[in-house]
Design a protein around this ligand. Sequence first.
Ligand code: JHZ
Length: 410
Amino acid sequence: MPELPPCRSCGASELHLFLSLGDVPLADNLLRPEALQELEPRFPLDVAFCPRCCLVQILEEVPPQQLFVDNYLYFSSFSDHLLDHSRRHAERLVEDRGLGPDSLVVELASNDGYLLRNFRNRGVRVLGVDPAPAQAQAANDAGIPTVAEFFGTDLAKRLRDEHGPADVVIANNVMAHVPELNDFVGGIAALVADDALVTVENPYVRDLIIHGEFDTIYHEHFSYYSCTSVDTLVRRHGLYLNDVEYFPDLHGGTLRWHMGRTPDVSDTVSAYLARERETGLTGFGYYRDFALTVERIRTDLLDLLGGLRSQGASIAAYGAAAKGSTLINYVGIGPELVDFVVDRNTYKQGKFMPGMHIPIVDPQVLLDRQPDYCLLLAWNFTDEILRQQEEYVRRGGRFIRPVPVPEILG
Ligand code: JHZ
């Protein structure tokens, strides 16, 4: 067994490996038709736990340039649920903190401006940071000033010099995406005003484990967080985890951490930290058997899909999500089981799923071809997709949810 790397948060050399998903292609490397004959790069996907600071992390470090600049077609604005969630967050911050034209809100991984536009519409000064070129361009075109660079301590200092300290920093679904975690959090600390609020959202590792959400593991996600690991991480940089909110319906269970330069730790935070200790989440035992859960999902899903197929049923899938790529590549779901994947994201349509080469098409095709079953690769948006696809269901189509236990819905 080769030696494992040090923990990307605390640097301890004691990582415990608990899951290997094999050599898989990059989850967002959707293929153009002309690339189907080429050899796709594959990378090991191994997950480990740090007993010192409790951070769950993958071992492989694919260069961020390859992940988020060369191959990144994720546009936040294609989910109504996410847009609603973001708008509510922005409006609450404007009210609670009395934000106005003299305030500065900075969002890290601001994507196409899906969140910042809410602040801008209320007259608040905003600045986005996102290295993904097409998304940053879309934001700039929409009037959201966006710096198309990776965020870290150097950029933070430059932004502070140019724009002044930030009153609010928002970092949603990005702290998982950075290999140089300390440089990133150190950058946040360098950017903020003394009384600033920092809010960070990320899926909760507890939910990943207890709901079998193994497909949310892919190379873009270097880390998987608990309150314990976040608390340790941010304190190292002079920030305090002061409050926490839970959104069970967002990305399979998301936490929003509130941080600041001054300690003002709420009872909610203390309760989360205590519960993580009591339930064992801070120890390796919590993760040890997860590989068995994942293998069971694979077997059950293959049995389900194979059984339906052998009875002559046709099957499609919904959502060319990154998690969908992990799922089909690990489970082994190719075009012999699933005919096509539908996705609203027009940048993804016309391309093919990594590794398994299933074509991605417009959701209208679901009604045009009316497959008997539709596997929800974007199961995190089950309610939204079911509402939107009432006609498919009315005509007899049925959805299949892969996790936590593969099941036919309805
Ligand atoms: P979705 C994303 O992961 C990206 P992914 C990222 N890596 C991250 O960290 C996590 O979220 C948290 C489409 N869709 O969001 C849009 C429809 O077609 O689950 C997307 O392509 N119709 C930053 O890629 C896909 O499904 C719809 O009605 O795993 C969903 O991808 C809706 C709601 C979505 O994430």
